[in-house]
Ligand binder design. Sequence first.
Ligand code: EPU
Length: 292
Amino acid sequence: MSIFSGFENIISENCPLRDYTWYGLGGSADYLIRPQTTEQLQEIVKRCHENEMPLRVLGFGSNLLISDEGVRGAVLRLENETFCNSAFQQNTLTAGAGANLNKLVLESVRKGLGGLEACTGIPGSVGGAVRMNAGGRFGDIGSVVRSVTVMDRAGHIFEKAKPELVFDYRTVNITAKVILQAVIELTESDPEVLLQQVKEVWIYKKNSQPLDTHNAGCIFKNPRGLSAGALIDRAGLKGTQVGGAVVSEKHANFILTEKGCKSSDVRQLIDLIRTKVHKQFDVDLQLEIELW
Ligand code: EPU
């Protein structure tokens, strides 16, 4: 009997994940699970834990590369309303992990609440953005998150707040498996000024990044004090191609995919970039995207 008996209506077996990622590449998950309530989520998480089944949480798939062989175990998607709700109360925004960060940026701006503008154009879920402290040169989400509610592998729900909650460059000290919601502290500001800032971030990105292509954002983290894109560029790698994967001519820290591209093409190109950058600059590039 399946370890998930009783949950058949929220589980897709052998489910292709490509359509859930921006790259649109890769194989299937053994189980894709869409819990409808927190109780269901708790039970699923517990059963995975008891049966030592790997468990992953899928956000909006914008910083993710799924392998051609797919993913063993269970993949959760918190797409039910229960996990996507958001509410403003004065300066505080409480947002479910499945909420759309981009929409919340604009909603906050309209309300004259500042703090999220740096997250303009980040096509992520709140949970995913918190997990990797999404951001860019204008700031990151971690600077405005006050606390998070999380669920550990045993299904226990608890809150972690600053100062115990510590964000760093593209990372946060959350070890719990599932992020359920984030409380975000905003500042009253002039909506016109905020909108102008949002526009500036958009224009900057549009001018410097290949936004209208199949990609997963920056592939590598910036090494301290350096730009991964500039290093890859200086190594002469713009335009380098493996199969259907090619280093963007516009910004070298982006890998674009052409029709017929396989996930393994992207991985091989990643390895090639790492090797060349190491050889030339003695710098070990660390991945920003997640590999499943
Ligand atoms: N540069 C090059 N060649 C390139 C790319 C960049 O010479 O191919 C140079 C630029 O001219 C600039 C410097 O490198 O002098 C830095 O580049 P950029 O300003 O584009 O910023 P970045 O450090 O490459 C970071 C984030 C981006 C974020 C932008 C803007 C990381 C790894 N990257 O890029 O984040 O959008 O700032 O805020 O933190 C992402 O996280 O997915 C992402 C795209």
